[in-house]
Ligand binder design. Sequence first.
Ligand SMILES: Cc1cc2nc3c(=O)[nH]c(=O)nc-3n(C[C@H](O)[C@H](O)[C@H](O)COP(=O)(O)OP(=O)(O)OC[C@H]3O[C@@H](n4cnc5c(N)ncnc54)[C@H](O)[C@@H]3O)c2cc1C
Length: 587
Amino acid sequence: MPVHDVVIVGGGGAGLRAAIAVTETDPSLEVALVSKVYPMRSHTVAAEGGAAAVIKDHDSFENHIFDTISGGDWLVDQDAIELFVNEAPNELVQLEHWGCPWSREPDGKVAVRPFGGMKKERTWYAADKTGFHMLHSLFQTSLKYPGIVPYDEWFATTLLIHDGRCQGVAALEQRTGRVEVIAGRSVIICTGGAGKVYPFTTNGAIKTGDGMSMAYRAGVPLKDMEFVQYHPTGLPGTGILITEAARGEGGILVNSDGYRYLQDYNLGQPLDVSDSNHPVKKSMELGPRDRLSQAFIHEQRKGRTIKGKFGDVVYLDVRHLGEKIIDQKIPFVRELASKYAGIDPVHEPIPVRPVLHYFMGGIDTDKTGSTSLPGLYAAGEVACVSINGANRLGSNSLTELLVFGARAGRAAAQFALEQSPTELAPLRKQVVDEDERITKSYLTKEGGTERISTIRTEMRDTMEDGAGIYRSEEGLKNTCNKLAELRDRFSNISLDDRSLTYNTELISVLELDAMLDVAEAVAHSARARKESRGSHQRTDHPVRDDDSYLMHSMAYKGDGAPKIDYKDVVITRWPPGERVYGQEQAE
Ligand SMILES: Cc1cc2nc3c(=O)[nH]c(=O)nc-3n(C[C@H](O)[C@H](O)[C@H](O)COP(=O)(O)OP(=O)(O)OC[C@H]3O[C@@H](n4cnc5c(N)ncnc54)[C@H](O)[C@@H]3O)c2cc1C
């Protein structure tokens, strides 16, 4: 039966946490959990480093709030970060009760490690496979609840809106190719980020921004899309992430001269790693990700990077930690480096370079996950609450999935309880139209000359060229124009595979359609923001301009280019200040 109470699109950390919250709000509510892959294959499984929450006596809520606000270059909504930080420890303890094996200190207390931009150690971890353990704990807990009905390998294509509110999705069953109604009195989008819009990313192949695009097409704005995060340490060639935990445990970055170049960028004091009592948190390698990725570009321009088979790299050196610590604290780093870079980090430094990692922007939501469309909620990387502002601090995201997944689940459950029963007929009609659109555009269409891979490659290249780590009016204009051209050419696309059973080419074209929407929102929002803030660095506007741009950008889908509007940032107790990571904050 396709009628449920709440429909959740996405079986990653946010989707599973939301599903549990719905059934715990009212066990009589039935939740459809729709996922284009089996939930354990969601990108959350790939998270390595950890999840942030205040637990130690040396730390405080105030510290966590302030680190996040300054890390996000004051574009963080302060009411949202305050409640996030307050609710974070309970969520992580709750996860332990559901089975998450947090790593421990010798005395049995939960261990925390330092992470970038966090001035105190507050990142909980399960060795360096934190995401795997978190997702596993959530997944096995979700199986306890008979009210959670899985739709595994169903691909949602569009939102169903009737009577002015969102009442479900149209979804394609990949095994059979049929398009069906999955109806509910409220819908939560938890489809994750869109790293695949760029050519070189840590993100899994499934992160194509489908949910952002679905909301955008329904008239819901995408917020702060110009802010995309490059992680400073990806493996060349594959983009596989070498977790920040490698630096949190004491790893250092060196250039072609073997020099710790970050000391030239005012990010912190050099750390004498031979002194094991020295607090690693003062290390310059633990500056925020935007600053570290920008420093790489400067080293490259100075000719101080190393030429590798897959472009320029610097070295991440963990040799001084010794084999025992490496195997105990960051075993996955050793495994990944030897499998994918052919080196053993116990004996050789790891070649790394910046790589697209995370979308700070996403579907505009409030603190309960609700959007401007009644009945539609969003949580996780797909959403922008915003607690990440212009640059996310590593390890806040896994906690965000839990805090805001749970909040969205509770709010969507409450909304569903207040609505009248679903009328299926008008939704079925929309799904018939959607099925026809997919069939005509891709499965029966003749004469198209464009290929998916050509458009996808050109889109990724233009995003890297114009909307990468450094941007300018000239580059962004070219990228916006190129994306308009690609959107045009997309309508002339042709598929070879016309079958209905596991048609992966069809899925790829639907994903490309979504990625073109996301790319457009990123490039146009970036072009409109004529200042530099966090991860958005304009060479032609190098300074942060609070008078004009201390605001969230809001991209609305238009007939041609999107319309870019703005919304105030919520400032409560922490007035805008300078981001300081150097000597000034050393103690
Ligand atoms: C390699 C890596 C390491 C990371 N490490 C950390 C870390 O240590 N700490 C930290 O805080 N953050 C980390 N992050 C970021 C964090 O892991 C992600 O932001 C987070 O896991 C996203 O979770 P999510 O639930 O929002 O989405 P995901 O886990 O990406 O799940 C998305 C779900 O949506 C479904 N879906 C998508 N589109 C559709 C569709 N059209 N129809 C049906 N279903 C759909 C997918 O099947 C999937 O189930 C890391 C990210 C990466 C890539």
